[in-house]
Design a protein around this ligand. Sequence first.
Ligand code: ADP
Length: 488
Amino acid sequence: MSHRNNRLLQYVLGVMALVMLCVVALVTATLVVQLLPGQRFHNGLPRLLLQITIAGTMAIGLGAVICALAERSLRAYERQFLSRNSDSERRMRQEPAWLAPFVSGYARSMAESSKQVEELRAELLEHEVRERICRVERDELREVIQAMRDAVIVTDAFNELVLANDSAVRLFGLDPEESLNCPIEELIDDTELVRQIQAARESSNSAARRRIEHEIEGGDKSGVYEMSLGCLCDSKRQAAGVITILHDVTREREISQMKSNFVAQASHELRTPLSSIKAYVELLHDGEACDEQSRQEYCAVIQNETDRLDCLIDNMLNISKIEAGLIQADWQEIDLSEITREVVSFLTNQAERKHITLSSKDGQLCYRATADRNLIRQAMTNLVSNAIKYTPEGGRVTVEVDLADCNRSVMVAVNDTGLGIPPQAIPRLFEKFYRIESYKRVAKGTGLGLNLVKQIVEVVHKGEVGVESEVGMGSRFWFTVPTERNET
Ligand code: ADP
């Protein structure tokens, strides 16, 4: 039944109830008047007045009782709706039939409202859950950004700082609390960086990422950084901020510079002995060596230069093999004093040319260890050769062998009375290609010798390597080799 029909039925029933009420009241009043004793109320005006009074009183009284009953039922009915009980609709249908025509419209609109309320409540709950998820995701994202090694800066549409992770705080010396919501140009003293952030914001293009290599100067963190800037846009594609990520590429640039230097240095080192060999071979070929002694001299030069070439190529190959884990060590029990004596005798000529006293200090004791003989010999040769190279004429180089680490290792130490090493150079001394700038004039080299020593001792033999030195007083390079081989 439609809503309008319902209303009409309600009015008709209401009017009928009112008429019936009046009729009942009138009949009752007439009967009451008839039953009254005496002649005064049987005729005329007094009788009519009495009838109207009694009928009126009864109609009002009955009407009031019916209204009170109807209101009570309606209130109870309404309470069921508002009780938010999912069964309310079902229970409403069980209400007295006489009430249904009066309340069906009301019931329907209440049911609709109730349904809408339920839907809104479900929507609200969904929003609350979504908001909670967003909050958790945002916190996680913040933690990820905080933990990043790259410096991250987020600025808003007004160029004010919204977020700076720990790396950014350290890089720019920011105060994590005070810096927030401050204009970025007041916080960062780097015109180029500020200009790039501004430009990224003005581009209003979230798809376009700018990548610029930028050098930051001053402070501990100065170096070369790869700067990546992205504009953050809102739903209306308006610039809402800029995210700037600074990745430290100082080391990469240094390594690439080192590689270029190495290629140049290695080419130079290879070319020098090769040119020399070529020249002396030509002399021999052209018959320029007129006597046996000259021929012997030329051959000796060729031999030396060939050895130098051999050594350089060996160093390069050995380092790359050890790094790639391809070296096959020939494990055997060796006597390190014996190897020391061999190395000293091998390099005596080199030392004598500079009037350097080269000696070993092991007595005739035997210091045994399970190791690769050739590799240990190579490491020792590099250290003694360096000691001779960087010790001025008339100096002294001594090689010691001893037990160390409660007899669990054998230690070899090479002492010289040479130039010594500046303290700031010591941490980088065993790096590949590293050479002390001011000593490059003193001797030729590739900066590979000490790195090879480190690889042989630490990677292959699981020993230790170290240096103590004082500028102008000399150096002590040492390494240890475990006496027993630990296979793990
Ligand atoms: P190089 O071929 O240049 O000698 P190394 O790797 O053997 O390469 O040595 C690296 C640098 O360490 C050398 O260039 C030199 O500056 C420094 N160095 C090595 N040994 C000594 C030493 N005994 N005294 C002083 N400086 C040394």
